[in-house]
Design a protein around this ligand. Structure first.
Ligand code: HEC
Ligand SMILES: [Cu+2]
Length: 311
């Protein structure tokens, strides 16, 4: 059931613990409700012996004090154990670390390569299957919440704090997530995808991701690159290997290899790239990028051809 954004379809051990917790709580609550309704029924309509039994001191002590204390204490202990299991322990040193920062309204993602060099990307988190991954979660502005229900519970991203979350994907696949804390206008359009790849495939992907941007292949792409730089896109976007080094918006060095754009709300087709540049405020109202209507149709398709070639 990969691709399904549901805590009922757990695809990793952390999410499985939470699904079990939900099942235990649901069944437990159903049992307690049944007992209470039965007691109520006997209290109103039962024989006088049953009613006397229910009103006895012992019934009140057992049913009203002992049972709730035991049941709630057991649930608390179980809940704390589930929470602890999902918290990243600092000892897990072979875990891979990925930094994720919530921004209004997208996700900045940064990997470290073998030499500790930072590799930036956005809105798509690639991880190796079966490996512990520790996400360090930050916010650049307001409170966001990182939630990929098939992999783990949600963890808030709080300004000035660093939270961590451990995830493991059992199988290759795409796991969708969504910001789970209202963070302003485009909150509902702040999604992300976790793409779990087999270890070898992940390693070669990361090596490619860390390289400089691919050179503009043809005349159209070259023209697109010049237009991109001349229009001032580089004030907000970085494309490594060019003079575009903006930090306000997503890094575009590999934007052509992404599955989606605009925080997993639009498939990364050429058509959507063009629409987002011209009319992004219509597609994602309030987002941090102003509309660019300075390009002729031909120029726009050159810019898009250049972006699409960045793989
Ligand atoms: C004022 C800063 C700013 C400028 C200038 C700017 N952008 Fe953006 N851009 C952003 C922000 C912020 C986002 C993230 C929007 C979101 O998803 O919420 C973005 C998103 C994008 C995306 C989608 C990236 C992704 O992975 O989701 C593309 C493509 C893009 N911009 C291209 C351009 C182009 C081309 C130009 C120049 C014509 C440009 N941008 C100029 C701020 C800017
Ligand atoms: Cu949000």
């Amino acid at each position: 059931m990969t691709g399904l954004q549901s805590m009922f379809a757990p695809m990793g051990p952390e999410a499985a613990l939470i699904a079990d917790l939900a099942a235990v709580l649901f069944v437990g609550a159903a049992v307690v409700l049944t007992i209470v309704v039965a007691a109520l029924w006997f209290a109103m309509l039962g024989s006088s012996a049953a009613r006397r039994g229910l009103a006895a001191e012992r019934a009140v002590i057992v049913g009203g004090i002992v049972f709730p204390i035991v049941a709630l204490a057991a649930l608390l202990a179980y809940g704390l154990w589930v929470m602890r299991a999902s918290v990243a322990s600092p000892a897990a040193s072979n875990a891979m670390r990925i930094e994720v920062t919530g921004e209004q309204w997208w996700w900045r993602v940064a990997y470290r390569d073998g030499d500790g060099r930072r590799i930036e990307s956005a809105n798509e988190i690639r991880i190796p299957v079966g490996r512990d991954v520790v996400l360090t979660l930050r916010s650049a502005d307001v409170i966001h919440s990182f939630w990929v229900p098939s992999l783990a519970g949600k963890v808030d991203m709080i300004p000035g704090r660093v939270n961590t979350l451990k995830i493991v994907a059992k199988q290759p696949g795409v796991y969708r997530g969504q910001c789970a804390e209202y963070c302003g206008g485009a909150h509902a359009l702040m999604a992300l995808e976790v793409v779990a790849l087999p270890e070898a495939e992940f390693a070669s992907w990361l090596a490619a991701e860390g390289a400089q941007a691919t050179d503009a292949a043809g005349e159209t792409e070259r023209q697109g690159r010049e237009l991109f730089l001349a229009a001032g896109c580089g004030a907000c976007h970085a494309i490594r290997g060019t003079r575009a080094d903006g930090r306000i918006g997503p890094d575009l060095t590999r934007v052509g290899a992404r599955r989606q754009i605009a925080a997993a709300t639009l498939p990364a087709t050429r058509e959507n790239l063009a629409r987002f540049i011209v009319d992004g405020q219509h597609l994602k109202p309030g987002n941090g990028m102003p509309p660019f209507r300075v390009f002729s149709a031909e120029e726009l398709s050159a810019v898009v051809a250049y972006l699409a070639s960045l793989k």
